[in-house]
Design a protein around this ligand. Structure first.
Ligand code: HEM
Length: 410
């Protein structure tokens, strides 16, 4: 097989659908350049699932990526590969770090949060209800963000007055148009906030996950159960996973439903459920488009004759895989009534998203209560005028301007 030209991924996400089509057309896996780092982008769902469950693939760059030490000094996305938490751990370290968090996010513990989430969403809708008819409001800012930020903020015990500050630095972790220097400054600011949170919980523990993790760290003084770096980076993971991704699904589902009211008609007629809408949104517009990075431990021959070499980096191209023709007919069309909405939005295998039940509960609750309260809501601008976030990773809009009620003339 002749060498294919490398595809340079657009860090500003100008036209992600066209980019993902190119990746699919190139075959199961193809070479890409992601902000100056070369990797294999995998967009064939069958191959991707095989790699995500293979013991020969690791997410631990410290141990398994020859280019790691050099890359983390200059790469704008360094934080994605430099952190030390379950997201970048392999084997027993991964099991140890994941076990610490998993019980708090189990389906049972999540279900117990339902009434609190309903109360939270109802309060936000009450505030929106007070706006004059005809006034447009940014639902990303006033609904999509506040729900997950409040839920994860309560879970981790982040004081209310610090949540907005966390939000701006967490947003930047996902922004891929920033320079390496800007990202370094952002990481320093994020670690400053995390260190202050840890210090505060150490002095005054609360009934929250941060306090539990600080106690776990301090009970084993040598850090063998949880090191200082793992404690800080586990909190970083929980906050970033909890803030940005869920906000994106709420943003995307609202945008789709307000642009294509037929999908709402299906829900009202009982042909699809809110859960169908959420799953189809996760398939069609997954909040994480590309997920950096994984590394091959051995040479891996591909079905088309190419070989991923030991030490090569791999990028999971989730958005491209979700619209692959081998997974769905007419995959470029949003259709909540399609019988299977199989997707890889939460990943696959041992790193499958721990927050999936919580994210699903939050998004379903928001959509159900929002459309019950504002059945006539409309996008205040044309769908084509919506601005995408400048990110290879995060898939949402800079704002979702909506008119909640029609302007009445009397
Ligand atoms: C719709 C919203 C969400 C989406 C689409 C999403 C997606 C993902 C993806 C793609 C991964 C990485 C899989 C991989 O390694 O390739 C992941 C991992 C993870 N997510 Fe989520 N996530 C969401 C919400 C959440 C929430 C709300 C939380 C926590 C409250 C959370 C916690 C985590 C954790 C802890 C991991 C790391 C799991 C591991 O490495 O073992 N996520 N998520």
């Amino acid at each position: 097989m002749s060498e294919q030209q490398i595809v340079v991924l657009d860090p500003t996400a100008g036209n992600p659908e066209a980019e993902q089509r190119v990746l699919r057309e190139r075959g199961p896996a193809t070479r890409v350049d992601i902000l100056g780092v070369e990797a294999w982008s995998v967009s064939d769902p069958a191959l991707l699932k095989e790699l995500l469950t293979s013991k020969d693939i690791s997410k631990d760059g410290h141990a398994h990526w020859p280019a790691h030490a050099e890359t983390v000094t200059t790469w704008p996305l360094a934080i994605w590969v430099a952190v030390k938490n379950m997201f970048t751990a392999y084997g027993p370290d991964h099991s140890r770090l994941r076990r610490m968090i998993a019980p708090a996010l189990s389906a049972r513990r999540t279900a117990a949060l339902q009434s609190g989430i309903e109360t939270l969403v109802t309060g936000l809708l009450d505030d929106l209800d007070k706006l004059p008819a005809g006034e447009s409001v940014d639902l990303r800012e006033h609904l999509a963000y506040p729900v997950p930020i409040t839920v994860i903020g309560q879970l981790l015990g982040i004081p209310v007055d610090q949540r907005t500050e966390f939000r701006s630095v967490v947003d930047n972790v996902f922004a891929t148009h920033l320079t390496s220097e800007e990202q370094k400054a952002n990481t320093a600011a994020l670690y400053g906030l995390l260190d202050a949170l840890i210090a505060a919980k150490r002095t005054t523990p609360g009934d929250d996950m941060t306090s539990v993790l600080v106690t776990t760290r301090d009970e084993e003084g040598d850090g063998s159960i949880l090191s200082d770096a793992e404690l800080r980076d586990t909190l970083l993971l929980m906050i970033s996973a909890g803030y940005e991704t869920t906000a994106n699904v709420i943003d995307q589902a609202l945008t789709i439903l307000l642009s294509d009211p037929d999908q709402l008609v299906h829900v009202h007629a009982g042909r699809s459920t809110w859960s169908d809408i959420v799953e189809e949104t996760l398939r069609y517009e997954p909040p994480v488009k590309y997920l950096p990075l994984r590394y091959a431990l051995v040479d891996i021959p591909l079905p088309d004759g190419q070989t991923i070499r030991a030490g090569d980096a791999i990028l999971a191209a989730y958005a491209a895989a979700n619209r692959h023709p081998s997974l769905h007919k007419d995959a470029d069309r949003f259709d909540a009534t399609r019988p299977s909405k199989e997707h890889l939005a939460f990943g696959h295998g041992v790193h499958f998203c721990l927050g999936a039940p919580l994210a699903r509960l939050e998004v379903t609750t928001v959509l159900r209560l929002f459309f019950a309260r504002f059945p006539d809501a409309q996008l205040a601008i044309g769908h084509e005028e919506l601005q995408r976030l400048p990110s290879l990773i995060s898939n949402g809009h800079t704002a979702v301007l909506v008119r909640l009620r029609p302007i009445t003339t009397n």
